[in-house]
Design a protein around this ligand. Structure first.
Ligand code: PMV
Length: 354
């Protein structure tokens, strides 16, 4: 048996939706019922680092997450692996004397080691960073010719929101029209330099794993909520157009109003689900009140908030000065490790602490 190992390491940040994806029209292909828009975080903070390796000595595909072996048998991992292997190309590493023909990828096995530098499955989009990183690193290892948008359609089949982490900056996931999902992919609306005054602060209200997974939550919402159809058909399409416009113009008041109302409507459809889903807790609600009160006291909104499938608050401050003030207010009102239950803060931009 030949003894070589070929490896690739990639790092992918998570993304936070400012117009939310909630509800699938096809569960296997992961096709959503509405478009969504997100901000990809700075890679130095919430990110996944994945090393993928291939060797003729490996006898089956294996994966470790944060040092613990996990099963790759799930349908979603299998879809991603199958789609990537089907597009694999010849690979040659002259220095190591390695030559892999594209048909060999069907027989060769992989070892995948992935680390999240933030709580897994606590509503901080860990699956988004994880699946995007897995697809991207495998695509590099197997020398795929596809661009990031085409790779996003593969990552989507691992976890819907993962498709948006293939790009930095502001990203739209176009729901697409095709039944086979070929046009349900991510496009970059603006790169990371476009609106770099914004600072993201995440208050980790609880690092515990969420009780209702997004998969089962979405399924229940689509089947039982009377509001979800109105949201997907009437509300979100208009908000998508307005949000794209607010991002292009760096119009913070419109951006903040759209992000906050969309987060609140997402949690409203969760409450409208039967049995109801509560992702936010009392601390989350108190954070919303605190930001709303502040925004109302100023001439124009200073901070936007948004909550995913968990109680943790993602706050977007209009600039550094505001972010420093926000942090002061948060630390005063919600001291970490107190009875308000706040676990920690993750600051989107380290320099405000200096
Ligand atoms: O891709 P999933 O299954 O982790 O679902 C993500 C759903 C939300 O985070 C609540 C919204 C979104 O658009 O990311």
């Amino acid at each position: 048996l030949e003894k070589w190992v070929l490896m690739v390491t990639a790092r992918t940040p998570t993304n936070i939706a400012v117009i939310k994806y909630w509800g699938k029209r096809d569960e296997t292909l992961i096709l959503p019922i509405n478009d969504s828009i997100s901000v990809t975080l700075d890679p130095s903070h919430l990110c996944t680092t994945t090393t993928v390796s291939v060797s003729p000595t490996f006898d089956h595909d294996r994966m470790w997450l944060n040092g613990k072996e996990i099963s790759l048998q799930g349908g979603r991992f299998q879809s991603c692996l199958r789609e990537i292997r089907a597009r694999a190309q010849d690979v040659e590493d002259e220095k190591k004397g390695i030559k892999i023909k594209k048909e060999d990828w069907q027989k060769l096995h992989l070892h995948i080691a992935s680390y999240n530098n933030f709580p897994t499955a606590a509503g901080l989009a860990s699956s988004a960073a994880g699946l995007a990183c897995l697809v991207f690193s495998l695509a590099k290892l197997m020398n795929l010719k596809e661009d990031n948008s085409q790779l996003s359609a593969i990552a989507r089949q691992g976890s819907g929101s993962a498709c948006r982490s293939l790009y930095g900056g502001f990203v739209k996931w176009d729901m697409g029209k095709e039944d086979n999902g070929s046009d349900s992919l991510a496009v970059q609306l603006a790169d990371e330099k476009h609106w770099d005054e914004l600072v993201i602060i995440i208050a980790v209200v609880s690092a515990r794993q969420k009780e209702t997974s997004s998969t089962s939550g979405m399924r229940d919402t689509v089947v039982t909520s009377a509001l979800i159809e109105h949201r997907a058909k009437e509300v979100v399409p208009k908000r998508i157009v307005q949000m794209e416009d607010a991002i292009q113009k760096r119009d913070f008041p419109s951006f903040a109003r759209l992000a906050c109302t969309d987060s609140n409507q997402f949690h409203a459809v969760c409450l409208d689900t039967y049995p109801p889903i509560f992702y936010m807790n009392d601390t989350s609600h108190r954070i919303i009140s605190c930001v709303e009160k502040w925004n109302r006291a100023e001439e124009t909104p200073q901070v936007a908030y948004t909550f995913d499938a968990g109680p943790n608050a993602v706050m977007i401050a209009r600039d550094r000065k505001t972010a420093a003030l926000l942090l002061q207010r948060l630390l005063y009102n919600f001291p970490p490790q107190s009875d308000t239950d706040l676990d920690s803060y993750i600051i989107g931009d380290k320099s405000i602490l200096q």
